[in-house]
Structures are given as structure tokens and as C-alpha cells.
Design a protein around this ligand. Structure first.
Ligand code: NAD
Length: 570
């Protein structure tokens, strides 16, 4: 590097560990530090520290007091004591050490080197024979394990925007496939407006549809109102119905949140002869005990029953999911384009007696796999400065870098206007093989030249082209039947560790629940240094390449063509 363009040495914030914890991590109040000063000993540890705290901060996490970030019970750390210890270690971690985290608990440090990951994370993993919710919950009750979901336990959750782009891509692809790319005058109905599902209303309206979302918990809908992800909220079915039917008639893209049980609302729609154009669901069906609320139970009653009689609770959940999916199947028969949205609803509904549950297709084979074959997936980044202006700078730089990518530019324009940041300012857009590496190097250059005020971290969801084995979601219906083979996410983890991601993770059970998925995460820092440039070149090449390897190997022709184009063929 030319010494004249090297980033200036970073000033130190100068807080003691006690002062830091008091200011930024006083349970249950967690706040990520911002600005150009270091609290840790280097930017790699600082990045992990800020993103860990960002996951737990009030605007981002669903329940900071329980360390729950999203997805029902997806946690960033196992206990408040573990959270504190993680912070203490990250503040002191050297560039030749890496912290080991076992299901949210810091368990040791190993000797590594400056281009190795600073944190190595394993969450919720069980030997396959024991991989059931019952066994897992027993271990959790005994304080031995934690559910990490995907980006909760791997410290790169960025609030609802993270899923917003993926949901938008899905709805837009659904529109292209079934409605000539035009979702105006189309009604989209769904259940669940929680951490992930809360992205649906904004994604639907950006894609042009009229939206009705149902959630049994009014606080969840209120949170979407507060962050401008949803336009209106009501407890009254008739009112919601009137609003959405009038909007659909006018071709108006508005979103309505209705408080209620999704099964009950679908039953009413059937009775009223209202057939949604698009129908899906994002209730926390992946977890029949700690997620889904059985039909007919208030939130308070559900909480009591969960404690008193978990077996009964689970049986009621399965029955309610079967009831819900039978209504969905009835609407599908009437013409609704119906798809499962990755929450394992079909499996548990089938267990509850809905034998035709799998007549509903999964969203990945329907809409997302063609993108995976190009190595595309949810590329995301956060400005560690805390300054929204830095994200604007990166947005503009990306538009200049890829002027031919109209789809990405439309998304960035919409996101700039409509997305309210939660926690550290961040952005997401789906980029493919080749594009991710270029974008990462561009961001490193923006940091190096001082165009942004502090380093940028780049990560992704585990729902990516080459990092997940999940037979009811990302790898459902693979061409060669290799749905359940989880060598691929392990290879992804190893490639990203060897390549020098800043932190890496391997999880079990994200999205669809214990027993049903294994997946790897990675986050990499762009701090303007030559070290970062070398790591970015490797990691942002290897990570999407794994997606192309995986899909080419499974026989997808576009992936094979891309493999040839990027010289990935052996
Ligand atoms: P969450 O727990 O934050 O939210 C789930 C919501 O469902 C809650 O608000 C809850 O009140 C509501 N709910 C539960 N039972 C209900 C019922 N009977 N009727 C109406 N509402 C009900 O979970 P989340 O983070 O939003 O995730 C939702 C689901 O989507 C999970 O199963 C998750 O694994 C899955 N998921 C899907 C994707 C994807 O890409 N499609 C990505 C991540 C997660």
C-alpha cells in the first residue's frame, strides 16, 4: 500500500472494561459504539464487538432482556453473564488470537494469525440422531446450549431490512412468474409479522401489491408501524377487509396489519369468498412449542400452558397448523398462488394431520434457485461509524460500479427512501459471483480514502447459495436429490475460515428448526488495509463460488455455465 493512502492510526476511546460495560452493555440495555475510535485492540475485534451489541440493541432485537434477536428464540449469547464475558474478551483480543463461542458461551481462545477469523462460532449443533426439539429443549433448560437461528447467533442480524431484500426478490419473482411482473391490483395475504415476517408488508408494497398480514401479537404489528414497514393496523377483520379490498380495486400498494390468529382469518376469507392472489405464511411455525401460538389461546394462556404442559401445547400447535394449512390448500384450490415461506409449516401441519400439506410448494425451488445458480444471495453491509451518510456513500458507489444492474438500482433507490435504519446503518442487496468481490474491494477503498468515516463490515444471511443444507427450504427439491447433504455448508465454513473472514459460524436448525437444517455464516471487515484487501479478495470470491459449485454439481445448467464463465470448473 502507498503509505500516503494508508488509513491514519485509529484513536482509542480510552474506557476501562467496567466503564465500557456500564456505557454500552448494561443488561438489558445494549448499545453498539459508533464513530472512528477503537474500544478493542484492533478493528477486527471492534467490528465483532459492535455487531454483537448491534444484534442486541433495542431497535434491532425482538427481546434484549432474553438476548433474543429474532426468529422466536434466536439468541446472540446464552446468558447475560456470557454476553458480558464475550464483550470482555473482545475488548482484549489480540490480532493473533481467536475467540471460540459454543452456543452463545465464550469457552476459550486459540492461537491464530492476523488474517484468520477473530471469532469462531458454533451454535445449536447436535449429533444427527439426537437432533430433535425435545432433546434440544432439555439441553437448553439445563443451560448447555442455545438456539442461534441464522444471523442471531452469528452477530450479523440487521433488523427487518435484512430479510426485506430477500422477501422483495421473492415477491417480485412470483410477480414475474405468475402476473407478468405487475402486482398492482393483486392482494397478498400472509401470517406472522415478527422479526423476519415483519419485512413482508414493505417488500410487498415495494413490489406493487396490496398487502394483508395477520399476527396474534399486537406489539409485533406496532413495531412494524413504528419502523414504517406497515401502513395501517387494526383489530377488526371487517375494517381490514374493507381497507385491502378498496386498495386492491384502486391498484394501491398499501399494507394492513390485522391482529388475530391466521387460521381464523383464512377461514373468514374462505367464508367471504375472498381469494388472495398470493398466499404465504411466516408465523414462527418452525418451533411448535416456543414459537407458534395455537388457535384459540390468548398470548397469556399460551405462555402458561407452555410452562405447565409442553406436550399438550405442542399437540395443539400441530393441530392448529394443520387447520391453517387446510385453509391455505382450500384457497390454493380456488386459485391463490400459494407457497411455503421457509418456516417448516408444512412439516408440522402434516404431523398435525394435514396429509396434503406438501401440495404447497416451497419458495426456493419456485423463485430463488435460479438466482442461487448465479452465485447470487443476500450481500449486506453495516457502517461501523453509525453515520447514515456512510451508507448513502456506499449506495451511490455501487450504482456507479454496476450502472447496468437496473434491478439493483431500483432496489437501492426504494431502500434509500423507505427503509428506516434499526441500530447501525446498513444496507442489503443481492449480488452474485464476481459482483460481491468487486463491491467488497470498492468498500475497502472507500474506507482507505476516508470517503466513509469508519470501517464497514460485510456479511450475509445463512440463506445463501452455497452455505446451507435445508431440505424444506434452500435445498428443497434439488435436481439430483442431494437436498439433505450437509457437506456443502461445512465446505463453505472451511473455505471462509481458510480465506480469512473476520468471523465465521456453523449452526444447526436455523429457519426451519432443530433437525431440519445446517448452515454456515461469515462476516468480513473492510477497514481500508492491505490485510483486509487480501481477505476480501479470497472470501468474497470463495463464498459465492461455493454456491456455483453446489448447484453445478447438482446438475443445474446455468450454474454449470457460470462455473465455466468464472473458470470454476475443475
Ligand atoms: P418471530 O417469532 O419473530 O415472529 C413470528 C410471529 O408469528 C410472531 O409475531 C407471532 O406472534 C406470530 N404468530 C405465531 N403464531 C401465530 C398464529 N397462530 N397466528 C398469527 N400469528 C402468529 O419469527 P420471525 O423471525 O418473523 O420468523 C418467522 C418464521 O420465518 C420462522 O419460522 C423463521 O424460521 C422463518 N424464516 C423464514 C425466512 C425466509 O427467508 N423465508 C428467513 C428467516 C426465517
Amino acid at each position: 500500500m502507498n503509505p500516503n493512502t494508508a488509513p491514519a492510526p485509529t484513536p482509542k476511546a480510552g474506557l476501562t472494561t467496567e466503564q465500557f460495560v456500564w456505557k454500552y452493555a448494561h443488561h438489558p440495555t445494549y448499545i453498539p459504539p459508533t464513530g472512528p475510535e477503537l474500544n478493542a485492540k484492533n478493528w477486527q475485534s471492534e467490528a465483532a464487538l459492535r455487531m454483537f451489541l448491534n444484534n442486541l440493541t433495542d431497535e434491532v432485537a425482538e427481546s434484549p432482556a432474553d438476548l433474543v434477536v429474532y426468529g422466536g428464540t434466536g439468541q446472540a449469547a446464552r446468558t447475560p453473564e456470557d454476553a458480558r464475558k464475550i464483550i470482555e474478551v473482545l475488548l482484549e483480543l489480540e490480532e493473533d488470537e481467536s475467540l471460540l463461542v459454543q452456543s452463545g458461551k465464550p469457552v476459550g481462545k486459540v492461537r491464530t494469525h492476523p488474517e484468520a477469523p477473530r471469532v469462531l462460532i458454533a451454535n445449536s449443533n447436535l449429533v444427527p440422531h439426537w437432533a430433535t426439539w425435545e432433546y434440544f429443549n432439555d439441553l437448553r433448560r439445563r443451560g448447555l446450549i442455545m438456539y442461534g437461528q441464522m444471523t442471531a447467533g452469528s452477530w450479523i442480524y440487521i433488523g427487518s431490512q435484512g430479510i426485506l431484500q430477500g422477501t422483495y426478490e421473492t415477491f417480485a419473482a412470483c410477480g414475474r412468474k405468475h402476473f407478468n411482473g405487475d402486482l398492482r391490483h393483486k392482494l397478498l395475504v400472509t401470517g406472522g409479522l415478527g422479526g423476519m415476517g415483519g419485512a413482508q408488508p414493505l417488500a410487498a408494497t415495494i413490489a406493487g401489491a396490496t398487502f394483508l398480514g395477520v399476527d396474534v401479537n399486537p406489539d409485533r404489528i406496532q413495531k412494524r408501524l413504528d419502523t414504517r414497514y406497515i401502513d395501517k393496523m387494526t383489530y377488526n377483520y371487517e375494517e381490514a377487509k374493507r381497507w385491502v379490498l378498496e386498495a386492491k380495486e384502486r391498484g394501491e400498494a398499501i399494507s394492513v396489519g390485522l391482529v388475530g390468529d391466521i387460521g381464523d382469518v383464512l377461514e373468514r376469507l374462505l367464508q367471504d369468498n375472498i381469494t388472495p392472489d398470493i398466499l404465504t405464511d411466516q408465523t414462527s411455525a418452525h418451533d411448535p412449542l416456543n414459537g407458534y401460538i395455537p388457535n384459540g389461546l390468548s398470548l397469556k394462556k399460551a405462555k402458561e400452558l407452555r410452562m405447565q404442559d409442553p406436550d399438550k401445547y405442542k399437540a395443539l400447535s400441530l393441530q392448529s397448523m394443520a387447520r391453517q394449512i387446510n385453509f391455505m390448500l382450500a384457497l390454493q384450490r380456488r386459485g391463490s398462488i400459494t407457497f411455503d415461506y421457509g418456516n417448516n409449516l408444512r412439516e408440522f401441519a402434516q404431523q398435525g394431520g394435514a396429509s396434503d400439506a406438501f401440495q404447497i410448494p416451497g419458495f426456493v425451488p419456485e423463485y430463488i434457485r435460479p438466482l442461487f445458480c448465479e452465485g447470487k444471495g443476500p450481500f449486506r453491509w453495516a457502517a461501523l461509524s453509525g453515520d447514515p451518510e456512510d451508507i448513502r456513500v456506499t449506495d451511490e458507489a455501487l450504482k456507479e460500479l454496476f450502472p447496468e444492474n437496473r434491478h439493483m438500482i431500483h432496489w437501492l433507490d426504494e431502500a434509500e427512501e423507505k427503509v428506516t435504519f434499526q441500530g447501525l446503518p446498513c444496507r442489503i442487496c443481492w449480488l452474485g459471483m464476481g459482483e460481491r468481490e468487486k463491491a467488497g474491494l470498492l468498500f475497502n477503498q472507500l474506507v482507505r480514502t476516508g470517503k466513509v468515516k469508519a470501517p464497514i463490515v460485510i456479511g450475509r444471511d445463512h440463506l445463501d447459495c452455497g452455505s446451507v443444507a435445508s431440505p424444506y427450504r434452500e435445498t428443497e427439491g434439488m435436481k439430483d436429490g442431494s437436498d439433505a447433504i450437509s457437506d456443502w455448508p461445512l465446505l463453505n465454513l472451511m473455505a471462509n475460515t481458510a480465506g480469512g473472514a473476520t468471523w465465521v459460524s456453523f449452526h444447526h436448525g436455523g429457519g426451519v428448526g432443530i433437525g431440519y437444517s445446517q448452515h454456515a455464516g461469515m462476516v468480513i471487515l473492510a477497514d481500508g488495509t492491505d490485510r483486509a484487501e487480501r481477505c476480501l479478495r479470497r472470501v468474497l470470491y470463495n463464498d459465492p463460488a461455493l454456491g456455483i459449485f453446489r448447484h453445478a454439481d447438482a446438475g443445474y445448467e446455468t450454474a454449470q455455465e457460470n462455473a465455466a464463465q468464472f473458470r470454476l470448473t475443475l
